[in-house]
Design a protein around this ligand. Structure first.
Ligand SMILES: Cc1cc2nc3c(=O)[nH]c(=O)nc-3n(C[C@H](O)[C@H](O)[C@H](O)COP(=O)(O)OP(=O)(O)OC[C@H]3O[C@@H](n4cnc5c(N)ncnc54)[C@H](O)[C@@H]3O)c2cc1C
Length: 282
């Protein structure tokens, strides 16, 4: 096994160019559980020493999150309230030990249907910066994840950062997940929501659900029903969940299909109510 731990991106690209069978490793909290060994048995490119890939910055006035930013970094960062959902998600990933090591980029690239960051990033219309030795491309997160554990990452590419469009930084947000217990839990369902409210009217809204389909989904059918609604009216009784066709929950060891569906409906109401309540307090 060869182990490389470069200090900058250019050195990482050189390593990638010269070694075709490398596995990129960040916190290894997804990589380790899939091995049955006490060490990883592949050739490893460890990206955790690349400082430019960690923390928050700007990309053409948009917020840029380094792919090697840990959940703990996200929790500790002072961020506008559109990121409340990402912070809430970070606080519930695994346990404190997992949050200290696990990265947002690893969560995305692992592409689990239960990856908690994906609904939040969908609700923020996040874009992903994929970099290689001679190219850089930026693609929307919903185009990057093709299915369970399948992404558009190409040989020689590293996910270097996540970009949040400036216009999506308006408004407030909330994230809730449901599992069989409080910590170390794989979600049965999770919902992320961002809402921009002006003069009591919902001007912009994005809702996403994870763990209820192969890939987390934006829930346009419910967004359409809530846009332009007055939050002082009983908006919850007006939601028609029979239109919720975007997800396709399954029955598995963690939950039945019916429970997943009902839980998702409740979580949608919870996140919307949470945002409206926060507005009342401010
Ligand atoms: C006990 C436990 C509890 C957990 N709880 C949760 C939970 O509640 N919610 C949740 O969503 N997840 C959970 N996870 C999964 C995991 O912790 C997260 O997905 C974490 O964010 C993965 O990040 P990492 O840096 O450890 O990824 P790694 O394990 O290092 O990598 C994961 C995958 O992404 C690739 N990769 C990593 N970074 C990059 C990059 N920058 N560019 C290209 N490819 C890259 C790797 O090659 C690998 O295929 C849990 C895991 C454990 C062990």
């Amino acid at each position: 096994m060869n182990y490389f731990q470069p200090n900058d991106l250019n050195s990482a690209f050189d390593v990638l160019k010269n070694n075709s069978d490398l596995t990129i490793a960040a916190g290894c909290t997804d990589l380790f559980p899939v091995t049955n060994n006490i060490s990883l048995d592949k050739n490893i490119l460890d990206i955790t020493n690349i400082k430019s890939m960690r923390g928050f910055g700007l990309h053409n006035k948009n917020t840029k999150i380094g792919a090697a930013t840990t959940w703990t970094d996200i929790i500790n960062e002072n961020l506008p309230s559109c990121f409340d959902m990402l912070k809430a998600c970070a606080k519930e990933v695994g346990s404190i030990q997992i949050q200290n090591l696990g990265t947002i980029g690893g969560n995305i690239c692992n592409a689990s249907p239960a990856a908690d960051s994906i609904p939040c990033l969908l609700a923020l219309d996040a874009k992903l910066e994929l970099s290689s030795i001679d190219n850089q491309r930026i693609i929307p997160i919903d185009e990057f994840i093709l299915g369970s554990r399948k992404t558009k990452l190409e040989q020689g590419e590293i996910l270097t950062s996540i970009i949040i469009p400036k216009e999506k930084e308006k408004g407030s947000s909330s994230f809730k997940k449901i599992g069989a217990r409080k910590y170390l839990v794989i979600s049965i369902s999770m919902v992320a929501c961002r809402i921009l409210i002006s003069n009591n009217i919902i001007e912009d809204i994005s809702i996403s659900i994870g763990s209820c389909s192969e890939v987390a989904k934006r829930i346009f059918s419910i967004e359409r029903q809530l846009i332009n609604k007055n939050i002082k009216e009983d908006i919850f009784n007006q939601i028609d969940f029979s239109q919720l066709n975007e997800i396709s929950p399954i029955t598995d060891i963690r939950s039945t299909q019916v429970y997943r569906l009902k839980a998702s409906q409740s979580l949608i109401k919870d996140v919307v109510a949470d945002i409206i309540n926060k507005l009342d307090i401010e």
